[in-house]
Design a protein around this ligand. Structure first.
Ligand code: NAD
Length: 320
């Protein structure tokens, strides 16, 4: 597994990371013993970057991951988040952020984090995040409880604007660099982490979970890609991962994983190149969704390009 340096942090992270949202049952039930084997196999195979959050399974994923990393904490680069605790449960106050790290450290059975992120900044008030949450994050870093701090979110505009006013060590964007959406390529590289290379399950044969927020245009485009790959006898998850992992500006990509099969298959995909003809066809099929994403968070934090659906629909119309 290729190891890359994450921005200016000096952290050495695997190109493919282990996303632990599935450990919070976010993608349906999972088997504890099998997930433990998946975590061990991932580490034994060179995947050293783990991402979790109190939000995933409302603390369940952190608790499970903490138990599963017992005895192996020093072998991994561990990232978790604060400020999001439920679907609509956010608190970006300094007080909550400061309490959050102690809660996470306890659940993760460790006395430090490698990275502490503010979760989904588009749901917050920008002034509160910049003036209150970020200074609290820097105090946490100074205390030694977190080595580096960052922000995560869907809105590239918020990732850009918050980090311009309150510099971060790294940032994570999700569903913005994969076959269906490549907008994050426009972010300044350096410390960029990409999450959800399978567009949170849309680019799988099993399909997305019921909570998936994608618009019909994105869903239909994903379905056409999945059907095409099935028709050609190739794995859609392989192609999707290979596409996401090929961008050298992205330090690491987190795929949601909870089984040894997923670890094995994703490692195999990461270690091989896609069929160029099939990738070309898949990229053509993806065009209608490119540049389009659903709206999340506060309206004032939306990306301007969250209005792209109309343009894409126009692009889909026959030329004459
Ligand atoms: P993903 O795109 O990685 O898709 C996950 C789904 O794909 C799960 O159902 C998983 O079981 C399935 N899958 C994985 N490998 C597979 C394979 N080889 N074959 C078939 N199915 C496979 O989406 P994700 O899990 O949401 O994103 C990855 C990680 O990124 C998360 O676990 C989380 O750690 C992080 N993340 C962070 C944010 C944020 O900070 N706001 C948002 C999204 C994701």
């Amino acid at each position: 597994m290729e190891i890359r340096t994450l921005g200016n942090t000096g952290l050495r992270v695997s190109r493919l990371g282990f996303g632990a949202a599935p450990l919070g049952n976010e993608y349906g039930g999972m088997d504890d013993a099998e997930a433990q084997r998946a975590v061990d196999l991932a580490i034994d195979s060179g995947i050293n970057f783990f991402d979790v959050a109190p939000y995933y399974g409302r603390t369940l994923a952190e608790t499970r991951l903490g138990a599963m990393l017992k005895g192996r904490r020093q072998e991994v680069v561990l990232a978790t988040k604060c400020a999001r605790y439920d679907v609509a449960g956010f608190d970006f106050s300094a007080k909550r952020v400061t309490r959050s790290i102690d809660e996470s450290l306890q659940r993760l059975q460790t006395d430090y984090l490698d990275i502490f992120h503010i979760h989904d900044v588009e749901f917050g008030d920008k002034r509160q995040i910049v003036d209150e949450a970020m200074p609290a994050m820097r105090r946490i870093q100074a205390s030694g409880k977190a080595r580096f701090i960052g922000i995560t979110g869907l809105s590239l505009r918020m990732l850009r604007e918050v980090s311009a006013e309150a510099p971060v060590d790294c940032m994570l964007s999700y569903c913005r660099y994969n076959l269906l959406n490549t907008d994050a390529a426009a972010l300044d590289p350096g410390g960029l982490i990409n999450a959800s290379p399978l567009h949170m399950g849309l680019l799988t044969v099993a399909g997305p979970p019921a909570w998936h927020p994608a618009t019909p245009l994105i869903r239909d485009t994903a379905r056409r890609i999945v059907d095409y790959c099935q028709g050609r006898g190739v794995s859609v998850t392989d192609i999707a991962l290979q596409f996401a992992l090929a961008n050298p500006a992205i330090a690491s990509t987190f795929a949601g994983i909870s089984t040894t099969d997923e670890v094995r298959q994703n490692l195999r995909a990461a270690g091989s190149a896609p069929d160029s003809e099939i990738l070309k066809e898949v990229e053509l099929l993806a065009q209608p969704a490119r540049g389009h994403i659903w709206r999340a968070g506060r309206p004032e934090n939306y990306d301007p390009n969250m209005e792209y659906e109309c343009q894409n629909l126009i692009r889909l119309l026959p030329m004459n």
